[in-house]
Write a protein that binds this ligand. Structure first.
Ligand code: NAP
Length: 293
């Protein structure tokens, strides 16, 4: 076991909420002592945070521009988990600096994605690299978690669903390539349970400067959408975009998220290989089809 007992999380949003729920379960089970949630002042009144406070988390509203206040909020914390939105990368840098100043022992950068995605978005990849270099320079070890696309999020009512043209609620989806290439997906609750298990159960030497990849499910678009049609009785209108068409779209707009995601899985690069699932014996992630209805 790591011996880490006091956890802080910054950015209680899309995935952060699931991580907090897992930390609260661990607190109830006695393997975590304290959970501190950093949130922006304007977000502190949210109902979900009130619920977490009543379950035992400490909610700390912060102004991320005030580094000494963040450092103070993180005093005594063993592990700082960032689940801050990618667009607020500078804020994550400030949290990393404050974590080092507060004497945290481990930092978990916001990642939780698909390695190939970062490679395609060069600016994103460079910023993630600069954070890791900064953490090393500050002597604050980090651990990274990748998980593929979020299966409970990418096809449903989220900002990403329309961006990737995979929003099934519209009845119209777009598949990259011929839909036969497998790709990896994991639900946020399953990513969170793996992450919290690893941070508590693995020895420190297996956490510091390590990178883990988990895979909740591996399927193809063709398999998934036909399973959806069978399950719901609804017929999807599917558009196929060829790899060359996707490459033209990306060349025209290197930030075309939909084309990038479709190109990744169309070319077989959407697979987490090899998955580290066995690190958590008994981890039982949900299949993607469970989230489609
Ligand atoms: N694998 C996938 O399919 C997938 C999909 C989406 C995202 N991701 C990755 O997951 C990570 C987290 O994404 P997410 O979707 O969970 O994030 P999110 O819900 O958009 O945001 C998370 C939290 O970040 C904080 N935040 C947002 N804007 C901020 C700002 N300008 N300054 C300071 N804090 C801010 C907010 O917390 P407070 O309001 O409490 O301060 C927010 O709730 C990112 O690294 C992203 O790349 C992966």
């Amino acid at each position: 076991m790591s011996g880490f007992k006091h956890f802080a999380l910054a950015g209680a949003g899309g995935i952060g909420i699931f991580v907090i729920e897992e930390l609260l379960k661990a607190k109830a089970a006695g393997t975590v002592d304290r959970i501190t949630i950093l949130t922006r002042t304007g977000s502190a009144g949210r109902e979900v945070l009130k619920k977490f406070a009543s379950a035992g988390a400490i909610i700390t509203a912060v102004d991320y521009a005030d580094s000494s206040a963040i450092t103070q909020a993180l005093a005594g914390v063993d592990v700082v988990i960032s689940t801050i939105a990618g667009v607020a990368f500078e804020v994550e840098m400030l949290v990393a600096e404050a974590s080092a100043a507060a004497g945290a022992k481990l930092f978990v950068p916001a990642y939780y994605g698909l390695p190939a995605f970062g490679e395609k978005l060069k600016g994103w990849s460079a910023s993630r690299q600069s954070l890791r270099e900064k953490l090393r320079a500050m002597d604050l070890p980090y651990v990274l978690f990748s998980c593929g696309l979020w299966s409970d999020f990418i096809f449903t009512d989220s900002v990403w669903a329309p961006l990737t043209n995979l929003e099934i609620a519209t009845g119209k989806v777009t598949i990259g390539g011929d839909g036969t290439q497998p790709f990896s997906m994991t639900a946020r609750a399953d990513v969170a349970s793996f992450l919290v298990y690893a941070l508590i159960q693995l020895p420190v030497a297996k956490l510091e400067y390590q990178s883990y990849q988990v895979e909740g499910d591996r399927t193809t678009c063709n398999e998934l959408f036909s399973a959806y049609e069978e399950k719901t009785g609804k017929k999807l209108e599917i558009t196929y975009r060829s790899i060359s068409e996707l490459e033209t779209a990306i060349a025209a707009n290197p930030s075309d998220i939909g084309a990038i995601v479709q190109h990744i899985y169309a070319t077989g690069k959407g697979v987490i290989e090899p998955p580290d699932n066995a690190l958590y014996p008994g981890w039982n992630p949900k299949p993607t089809i469970d989230f489609l209805d």
